[in-house]
Write a protein that binds this ligand. Structure first.
Ligand SMILES: Nc1ncnc2c1ncn2[C@@H]1O[C@H](COP(=O)(O)OP(=O)(O)O)[C@@H](O)[C@H]1O
Length: 175
């Protein structure tokens, strides 16, 4: 915990397609926290380097992005949304929520998004092998890492509510 923050910073992470943006947007609407879509920030602040043909996406200039985000994170009240979590400074986050979706449902969501071939297979395997969960567990203290299953509309509402409740508890304990 960082004593200078009056509100917590939340990280919403997980494989592409698990529902991070959907949850982050609803959470930001409910809490008035600021939604930081890291992929969009990277584009907006020119942190994308040349295109990686193997993974069909541009390389991220992590150092430049972290420098830009540092000031945004200082006061707390951020919902940071990204499909990776190990390159952020550990001190930035009070709660890390790893969103999970079963493989067949994730496959369908990514296919609808237009993913095909290696990109589609790699992302589904990322979920099967729990890559992001392991990344989160090795990068942050276990007590701040929470897994949330996100497959149905009911789970979506419950997940948003449980993060809202988590924020309220953080405020009671830290303010
Ligand atoms: N709990 C859910 N139930 C049904 N569909 C969902 C749920 N959460 C997300 N989705 C859908 O799955 C797709 C991927 O969600 P998105 O939030 O864009 O994922 P991410 O930001 O992790 O890539 C979207 O079409 C979204 O509407």
């Amino acid at each position: 915990m960082n004593l200078k923050r009056s509100l917590p910073n939340i990280l919403i992470t997980g494989t592409p397609g698990v529902g991070k943006s959907t949850i982050s947007k609803k959470l930001a609407d409910r809490t008035k926290f600021t939604w930081r879509d890291v992929s969009k920030l990277a584009e907006e602040y020119n942190c994308l380097d040349e295109y990686d043909p193997e993974y069909q996406c541009p390389f991220l200039n992590e150092d430049k992005l972290l420098d830009i985000m540092e000031g945004m994170m200082a006061k707390g009240g951020n919902v940071v949304d990204y499909h990776g979590c190990e390159f952020f400074p550990e001190r930035w986050f009070d709660g890390v929520f790893v969103i999970r979706t079963n493989n067949t449902m994730l496959y369908d969501r990514l296919a609808v998004r237009g993913y095909t071939g290696k990109k589609l297979d790699d992302n589904v395997q990322c979920e099967i092998f729990e890559t992001i969960l392991e990344e989160a567990q090795s990068s942050y203290k276990p007590e701040i890492v929470v897994q949330l299953q996100n497959e149905t509309e009911e789970q979506l509402l419950n997940n948003v509510q449980s993060i809202v409740d988590w924020i309220e508890r953080w405020k009671e304990e830290n303010i």
